[in-house]
Design a protein. Structure first.
Length: 228
């Protein structure tokens, strides 16, 4: 189900377990890179790594720490312009069984071919459209994973910043210029309060990097929630 614009947002809401009147402390959208540089093995390392990171005891404990104001998750994959595909519609995470169901869904997703090109700007726009559907959440976070720079479509630095959201990056290293890639994401992609880049030492390190990143975001959220 590859969708764009309003259809992309609608797909994120279909079947979503999101009570209309519930408190929500964070809306977290995760965008995974499936451009031409990502093969089938690396695709699985991302999906399975995200599932395992969500189930890690320290991560799940942080996610479930406030059942009165749970977190909402959505996951999509991206590559070239207009190729974003919803993998997990907006889902409220209020229990361990919710997390288990999310992990099971991610680990059973079949490989869906993406565009050969890399449009980080389009990925930012897709993530922003998703987060716009959760206006009642206290915080809005977009996580983009990627292993390269923008090479088609709108450039990330040309996408207007939204002061209601934070964009963090999980940069998968292994190129000839890892320092240049990290600098690119720090300069042009991440934005918003407390934004950061978490490096992964290749796709084999994706799960550990995702676990580190989620814990960092959740710790930041816990501190910020004291001011709510």
């Amino acid at each position: 189900m590859s969708v764009t614009g309003k259809a992309f947002v609608a797909a994120a809401l279909i079947g979503a377990g999101v009570p209309a009147d519930a408190e929500c402390r964070q809306a977290l959208a995760l965008g995974l890179d499936v451009s031409g540089s990502v093969d089938a093995v690396e695709y699985r390392l991302q999906l399975d790594g995200l599932a395992a990171a969500l189930l890690a005891p320290e991560v799940s404990a942080a996610i479930l720490s406030d059942p009165m104001a749970p977190i909402r998750l959505s996951v999509y994959q991206w590559s070239g312009p207009d190729t974003a595909t919803i993998l997990l519609p907006w889902t409220e995470v209020a229990s361990a069984s919710d997390l288990s169901a999310i992990a099971a869904r991610l680990t059973t997703v079949s490989t869906v071919p993406g565009d050969l090109t890399t449009s980080i700007g389009s990925a930012l726009m897709a993530g922003t459209a998703l987060l716009d559907q959760q206006p009642d959440c206290w915080r809005h976070t977009l996580d983009l994973s990627g292993d390269g720079e923008n090479n088609t479509g709108p450039r990330p630095q040309d996408i207007p910043e939204d002061d209601r959201m934070t964009v963090n990056g999980l940069v998968i290293l292994g190129s000839e210029d890892d320092e240049g890639l990290l600098s690119y994401w720090k300069t042009y992609v991440i934005r918003g309060p407390e934004a950061f880049v978490e490096p992964a030492a290749g796709f084999d390190d994706y799960e550990a990097a995702m676990r580190r990143k989620l814990l960092r975001e959740l710790r930041s959220l816990a501190l910020g929630s004291l001011d709510q």
